[in-house]
Design a protein around this ligand. Structure first.
Ligand SMILES: *[C@@H]1O[C@H](CO)[C@@H](O)[C@H](O)[C@H]1NC(C)=O
Length: 195
């Protein structure tokens, strides 16, 4: 169902000339390779992050003042709480859990799961939250990509910061990293942190 909806939406989008891109979905057969940060330190990464820019997502539609809070759990996984404010002013939040499918080789590539309200599910999954760059103290660049049915590409990217604002120079550098990998940075939209 979702696939049929997406195909028709993408085709009509192409016909109407709107870049062929809806909420991170577009026609595409491959995802860029994410950089490995071999000395990635989850201990330094946890804590609160503010969303500065993002590729608009269905599940974050209209959400402003979005924050993500990560906490290290005893078993080495990380609890995730994403919060935001909807257009009608109501707060909204979702709990998830993050784990590392390949801790030895890809310590910066997490699988974040929101289906079980913060509890682990049994299914083995591929990483969907790839940290492309972070200095732990100021910024983080997160990327996610998947190809469905061989030709429908889903792509998400978030620029996060420890504070509600991030230096424009850093934003530009992070966008350059996306551009180098072929991600269209026009898709990223600023997220208000004034609610
Ligand atoms: C974060 O930014 C501040 C202010 O620009 C800077 O002093 C600090 O060194 C940065 N942190 C890291 C880890 O680079």
């Amino acid at each position: 169902m979702l696939v049929i909806f997406l195909i028709s939406a993408l085709i009509s989008n192409s016909i109407f000339g709107v870049r062929g891109d809806i909420y991170g979905f577009s026609f595409g057969v491959a995802c860029p390779e994410s950089p490995v940060i071999s000395d990635f330190d989850a201990n330094k990464y946890v804590g609160k992050w503010y969303e500065i820019e993002r590729i608009p997502m269905i599940f974050e539609r209209g959400l402003e003042c979005v924050t993500a809070e990560y906490n290290l759990l005893e078993d080495g996984s990380i609890s995730v709480k994403n919060s935001g404010v909807k257009k009608n002013g109501k707060k909204s939040s979702v709990d998830g859990i993050a784990s590392l499918p390949n801790p030895e080789t890809q310590p910066n590539m997490f699988y974040v799961d929101f289906r079980n309200k913060g509890k682990h599910s049994e299914r083995k999954n591929e990483a969907n939250y790839h940290i492309w760059a972070t200095d732990y103290e100021n910024y983080s660049l997160v990327y996610s990509c998947n190809v469905y049915a061989g030709f429908i590409k889903f792509e998400a990217a978030w620029i996060l910061a420890r504070e509600k604002k991030l230096n424009e120079e850093i934003i530009t550098e992070l966008k350059e990293k996306l551009t180098e990998k072929g991600v269209h940075i026009e898709k990223l939209k600023p997220v208000s942190q004034h609610c």
